[in-house]
Ligand binder design. Structure first.
Ligand code: SF4
Length: 487
């Protein structure tokens, strides 16, 4: 954070009493008919009014402390309030390579830290970040500057989601050559194939990938490391390897009927529904025919994304079935609110125990059991307990499983000395990103499990810093393998 921010004097009580400025959203009736972005955000006038609510808290500012990437938020908001949008965007971009993305999809940990939150309503930092970043993008101010002098070192980055993008940018800025491997047909990883377009316009991701290409980064798509090429092969070709493969393997509940037609896993469903046909692999060209009644199983952001996609695919009744209560529900509350606003019903304290098919092998109903909450489990949330004899039948035409994600186990299984633990998470020192295999670094969801874009960015910055030190010949301590837990 800047030293100027720490001493900036403003009328704090006057600012605290300013009403929050609502951002613009598309009408419900219009937006549920397409997959375009729902949040329109702020224009310049509204942005300046909202940014001027920031009280410029003295150092250390709670918003900055709450941001995993440590964005200098008061500085960015001050510049925004002065109409200096590009300068504000560059403050966000100084700590995050994805300000346009985070402004749209981050659940705003910074806002949760804002001192105005409880009493007056937190400053809408995310929407302001998206606004100023879009302005800076239009102005051509977000290009990546690279040194003329190259180091002669080459790094391979596996995965082109938030962690991979962060490491690619950090490395290319240091003068290293960077090649990114992506298993999907298009670069962007989860930003293209996981987050629906109604939350994140794919053009925003495309701009970032183009920035990296313009800076000299090479992308090799349709290539799954661990299957099409091995980590060992990459280490022969490159001076260091970064694994930013995320957590894209869906968990299932292993209950009868999961293999029926019309029962989908969330990624498959979201890709077919949201990603434009040219970006989809051959085996995902068909868009789900959802029928009238769709049930989404799960309670996190992915469940919400699947529910909102179902409405846009033409479903008339969309239900999220969640085994705990709203108090234990993970994910972004405001997204959940939008989901309900668009017509989704959430059934709490219920879980399916069986999917029932028709004579053609297509799901037609599910047997659901009611739950009650018991003592807290290892996650700290109260454990759901089934209520004997409470089963009932719910008719459905489509079911989508959104019950959790794990990393691809292939990398750990196929790479010697690359230790994994807890259902395939790569064992890496989270402070430095070193794995148990020398010269191989990892960060993001494949290390800590599914989390936020900004969390992956923050941990990938640390791994990039360690990779840079490694490329300079410094020794990096490797973590000690732990016993692996079974799924
Ligand atoms: Fe501004 Fe809120 Fe941060 Fe204080 S905590 S500096 S009011 S955004």
């Amino acid at each position: 954070m800047s030293s100027e921010t720490a001493y900036r004097k403003v009328d704090r009580s006057g600012r605290a009493n300013q009403e929050p400025v609502p951002y613009l959203k598309r009408d419900i009736a219009e937006r549920i008919c397409d997959f375009e972005e729902v949040i329109l955000g702020y224009d310049g006038e509204l942005a300046e009014d909202e940014a001027s609510r920031c009280m410029q808290c003295p150092d250390p500012q709670p918003c900055t402390l709450s941001c995993p990437a440590g964005n200098d938020i008061p500085e960015a908001l001050w510049l925004t309030s002065q109409g200096k949008y590009v300068e504000a965007a560059l403050v966000f971009a100084a700590t995050s390579p994805l300000p346009e993305v985070c402004g749209r999809v981050c659940p705003n940990l910074c806002q949760q830290g804002c001192v105005l939150g409880k009493r007056y309503g937190a400053v809408s930092i995310g929407k302001l970040e998206a606004f100023v970043s879009d302005v800076a993008r239009e102005a051509g101010a977000l290009t990546i500057k690279v040194p003329e002098q190259k180091t002669g070192k080459h790094v391979a980055v596996v995965g082109s989601g938030p962690a991979g993008i962060t490491v690619a940018e950090d490395m290319i800025k240091l003068g290293h050559e960077v090649t990114v491997y992506e298993s999907w047909p298009e670069a962007g990883g989860v930003l293209v194939y996981g987050i629906p377009a109604f939350k994140l316009d794919k053009r925003v991701v495309g701009y970032k990938i183009q920035d990296l290409r313009d800076a000299g980064v090479t992308f090799i798509t349709n290539t799954r490391v661990g299957q099409d090429i091995m980590v060992e092969d990459l280490q022969h070709e490159y001076d260091a390897v970064f694994l930013g493969t995320g957590a894209g393997i869906e968990a299932t509940m292993s209950i009868p009927g999961e293999d029926l037609d019309g029962v989908w896993k969330s990624t498959d469903y979201l890709v077919r529904a949201n990603v434009k046909e040219a970006y989809r692999p051959e085996d995902k060209k068909v868009v789900p025919d959802v029928g009238k009644r769709v049930a989404i199983i799960g309670g996190g952001d992915t469940a919400v994304d699947c529910a909102r996609s179902s409405i846009r695919l033409g479903a008339e009744e969309v239900t999220i079935v969640y085994r705990r209560t709203e108090a234990e529900m993970p994910g972004n509350k405001s997204e959940r609110y939008i989901c309900v606003e668009e017509g989704t019903q959430i059934n709490y304290l219920q879980a399916p125990v069986e999917y029932i098919g028709d004579e053609n092998g297509r799901v037609k109903a599910m047997k659901v059991i009611k739950m009650e909450l018991g003592e807290p489990d290892a996650s700290g949330r109260r454990r759901p307990i089934t209520i004997e004899g409470s089963e009932f039948i719910q008719e459905v035409d489509t079911v989508v499983l959104a019950v959790g994600y794990w990393p691809d186990p292939l990398l750990g299984d196929k790479t010697e000395n690359l230790a994994t633990h807890n259902w395939g998470l790569i064992l890496a020192d989270e402070a430095v990103g070193a794995t148990t295999r020398e010269g191989v670094f990892a960060a993001g969801d494949n290390v800590h499990g599914p989390d936020l874009v900004i969390t992956a960015v923050a941990s990938a910055h640390k791994a990039a810093s360690s990779m840079a030190a490694y490329l300079e010949g410094k020794s990096i301590a490797l973590p000690t393998p732990k016993p692996r837990r079974k799924k």
